[in-house]
Design a protein around this ligand. Sequence first.
Ligand SMILES: Cc1ncc(COP(=O)(O)O)c(C=O)c1O
Length: 366
Amino acid sequence: MATEERTYNFSAGPATIPVQVLEQIQQELLNFNGCGASIMEISHRSAQFIEVLDSARAGIKQLLGIDDSHEVLFLQGGSRLQFSMIPMNLLRDENDRAAYIVSGTWSSKAFEEAKGTGNIDLAWSGKDSNFNTLPASTDLALADDPAFLYYASNETIHGVQFQEDFHIASTPLVCDASSDFLSRPIKMEQHGIVYACAQKNAGPSGVTIIVIRKDLLTRSQASLPGYLNYKTHVEQNSMFNTPPTFGIYVVDLICKWLINEMGGLAQIADYNNDKATLLYDIIDQCDDMFIGHAEKQFRSKMNVTFNLPSEELTSQFLEQAAKQGLTSLKGHRSVGGVRASIYNAMPHEGVVALRDFMKSFYTQNS
Ligand SMILES: Cc1ncc(COP(=O)(O)O)c(C=O)c1O
């Protein structure tokens, strides 16, 4: 049940965090690990913080099933900074080219921003169908030997999600996994970089996790400014500048929650599939009221997007839902409608409550 104290919060990000994790933060806030101060008040070079940093890195590696082949970095600047950092570091010289799949708002922004850094080709665009569908690898227009192929595994605003990883022989994939990171297993061996801002599935805003294959670090030119060079961050153990210590601490707690409470990525993927099915079933059963945006085979398990037949019904839906403790369901301002973000930390009961509300709204209004 949503309670007076806590609603079921369907925010797209910053998003809901597991209650157990919030309780642990609360418990440790005044005195972290016996050190007489909070995690926010101790040096990033202290033994206590280094332990947290190492543990967060180990947790991510364990969850993703990677070892020494990849580095894990904790940076600032959000996912947005990665839009320029990636091509600045991965293009091999000024004649090199990279390929981008544009499948929604976020990959469009990444594509536009990357163009300012070098030669960027459009491999595929879903703009003509208002980003409700995704390509197969055979649909892509690729030049010979691109430096990398960029895609967003889940488009947070449009609610489309790649259901399987691509495999393009010999081209490193670069994945913006901001809104489905740690929500399911991912084939890391096919990826050069997987990155995500934390504020959806992995922690609070302010920390971005970059997982980069080690061999790609040789591409980062010494002429790049320090913060913009991945090699700097690897050499400095994510402490080139003062890292976002509180955010990294929460990422560590969330990794532990995923491993110890939820059983890892295969298990959380099943949990997430079940939750998404509850909502898509009701969308399909009541399709004269709830008009799903994404083509069925590309429906996101994280951001369920749909429209109602009129603005008036949409407002009523959002208002009545909020009264029942189902909050932050408004679609992104650029597309409207409704968006239910059901990341890892959204409990099954929260999605059942939303499904039941949708059923009764349908009965009352159709
Ligand atoms: C898929 C995706 N990429 C990138 C971003 C941008 O993230 P940030 O605001 O941390 O820069 C977002 C934010 O919602 C996102 O959903």
